[in-house]
Design a protein around this ligand. Structure first.
Ligand SMILES: CC(=O)N[C@H]1[C@@H](OP(=O)(O)O)O[C@H](CO)[C@@H](O)[C@@H]1O
Ligand SMILES: [Mg+2]
Length: 571
């Protein structure tokens, strides 16, 4: 606890002006925050928003934000009866000089959206006084009890960015400035590892990083052992680690796996820069080979992680004559493969299995051909706004909900009731029977695939085991359906918030008139579809276009980008 006398004069007099009706505990708490916040003044002219996936900005601007998110995380933990909360320092696919911070709720899911406005308010509070009074009001409104029954617990993880360690110290100070709260540095992790560990901890399960790896290894082996006849010679998978944390973790994991041969490139140790010309975001958006790959890899099964390893895409180089172009198997194709496998197991179980509500969640970025494919399979498809927090919520409505963003971020959620039904059936069916095997596969999938959040490591293991189960090469998998040609571009504008969209994000309501102009462009193309939205992670407006040929998709994207520039001006 901090004695009042150690406060700067200014802060101390503010405290006395507030403290007439405060208990000693409240006084000490306010003093603690006032004192620590003096260490982290907010940079001028910064306006931050929690956005699609937490706060992101140039790392040099973020210390005060991360410190404040540390305070928020402690309060969140206290609000939820001292459950463990996670705080992850990462800017995922953004450039290495950026960083960011996001919070994992005790369930392992994203921070409740109800708390995002408070996160925005405190991140932008211009002085320690304003910060303290926002916190004081919020604590009262949420009826959070500080200090009396012990503190909160926050686990802090970070990716490999050089700014991570310094920001983690700021988070620690933020967490500890809430009386009695404990900050636990869990080191360099992928984002999904931290979410998994937080979820496991709050369920009373073993929750270290080794437990995470052990869980993957055991469930992967279980699925491999359930392959009827392994029809495929195990060929090498070549992984692009985006020069980030994911490749490094895969180096550890592969040592424990049999039936999988992975060659890892772009680990970040060979001079490559995080996300620069490498990684899932680059490969998915540009559809070209990442650095470190070339003609010697023609036909090979390749995969890319993003900077914090919550996204996964596959690709292969079709032939040398294609130059640097790749055949991309994105989140939509991964989703389709997963849906097919799960449907197959439910069909084997028979009438009872067919009663399972298996559904799919996509966003407006999903390729139209993938949506048609899963619908033809007889699955229910729903659409959510961009950002996994929105997809996750919708996927929870199903017995088995598969969600993926086209960029490769997704997972499969199993409802508690369906899982206990499956476990019960494992006892009913005789061991070794087809039904028993199908049920056991589904249980193993639920253990392997991260139930907290999309996870490139576990997603990769599931793709690999399904390909072995089907006896498929990456090329054969790619034939499930043919993508409609598409193009994504980013437009830098003076103020991206000038673009306001409908809740499905497919139509722009503002600036006035732009949607009519976009519609007029779309009409010029066969199978044309296009939309714009402001990014929640980068200072750009995103343009997406689809059409029946690649030339048309490119041309539609370019003309919509021109419209964005002419309505909003270019920066
Ligand atoms: C088109 C696109 O890929 N958008 C990404 C990107 O969000 P934006 O709000 O579009 O910047 O980053 C998010 C976080 O990783 C991810 O959830 C989302 O899908
Ligand atoms: Mg990411």
């Amino acid at each position: 606890m901090l004695p009042l006398c150690s406060l700067p004069k200014k802060a101390s007099s503010f405290l006395h002006s507030l403290s007439l009706s405060l208990s000693a505990m409240e006084e000490t708490q306010i003093a603690s925050i006032l004192k620590s916040s003096e260490l982290y003044p907010i940079p001028q002219s910064v306006k931050l928003s929690y956005g699609t996936a937490g706060f992101r900005a140039d790392a040099s601007l973020l210390e005060s934000t991360v410190y404040r998110v540390g305070i928020l995380s402690s309060l969140r933990s206290l609000k939820l009866k001292s459950s463990t909360v996670g705080l992850m320092i990462t800017a995922s696919h953004n450039k290495v000089s950026d960083n960011g911070v996001k919070v994992s709720d005790p369930s392992g899911g994203m921070l409740s959206q109800e708390w995002e406005p408070f996160a925005d308010q405190i991140a932008n509070a211009s002085s320690p006084r304003e910060l303290v009074s926002l916190i004081k009001d919020f604590v009262e409104k949420e009826e959070i009890v500080i200090g009396e029954k012990g503190g909160g617990e926050v686990w802090l993880g970070r990716d490999t960015r050089p700014s991570g360690e310094r920001l983690l110290r700021a988070a620690e100070i933020g967490v500890r400035s809430v009386l009695g709260s404990v900050a636990v540095d869990v080191g360099v992790l992928t984002t999904p590892q931290l979410h998994w560990m937080v979820r496991a901890k709050n369920k009373g399960l073993n929750a270290t990083e080794s437990d995470y790896f052990e869980n993957l290894v055991t469930s992967f082996k279980c699925l491999i052992d359930l392959i009827p006849i392994n029809k495929l010679e195990i060929s090498t998978l070549v992984l692009d680690g985006a020069n980030g944390v994911g490749g490094q973790k895969m180096e550890v994991l592969r040592g424990y796996l049999s039936n999988l041969d992975v060659e890892i490139r772009n680990t970040g140790r060979d001079g490559g820069v995080l996300n620069e010309g490498v990684g899932a975001d680059f490969v998915q958006k540009e559809k070209v080979v990442p650095l470190g790959f070339g003609s010697e890899d023609v036909g090979m099964r390749c995969a890319s992680f993003d900077g914090d390893a919550d996204r996964l895409v596959y690709f292969y180089i079709p032939s040398e004559s294609c130059g640097d172009k790749v055949e991309l198997l994105d989140g939509d194709k991964i989703l389709s493969l997963f849906a097919l496998f799960i449907k197959e197991q439910l069909n084997i179980i028979g009438d009872e299995g067919k009663q399972c509500r298996l559904g799919v969640v996509q966003t407006a970025y999903a390729n139209g051909a993938s949506t048609d494919y899963v619908k033809e399979m007889g699955l229910e498809v729903v659409f959510a706004k961009t950002g996994v927090k929105h997809l996750h919520e919708r996927a929870e409505e199903f017995d088995v909900g598969i969600y993926f963003e086209a960029n490769g971020h997704g997972t499969i959620l199993f409802s508690e009731s369906f899982l206990s039904w499956l476990v019960g059936k494992q006892k009913d069916y005789s061991e070794g029977s087809d039904k028993h095997n199908a049920v056991s596969r589904l249980v193993a999938v639920s253990n392997l695939i991260n139930q907290a959040v999309g996870d490139a490591l576990s997603g990769l293991l599931l793709v690999e085991v399904i390909l072995q189960h089907m006896g498929w090469s990456v090329q054969k998998w790619n034939e499930l359906y043919k993508d409609l040609p598409s193009r994504q571009v980013k437009v830098e504008v003076p103020d991206r918030t000038a673009v306001v969209t409908t809740s499905e994000e497919t139509e722009a309501l503002k600036p006035l008139g732009i949607q009519d102009a976009i519609n007029a462009e779309i009409k010029k193309y066969q199978h044309g579809r296009a939309f714009i939205r402001p990014s929640g992670t980068e200072d750009v407006v995103r343009v997406y276009a689809e059409a029946s040929t690649q030339e048309d998709a490119d041309s539609l994207a370019n003309s919509v980008a021109q419209l964005v520039k002419s309505f909003l001006g270019s920066s």
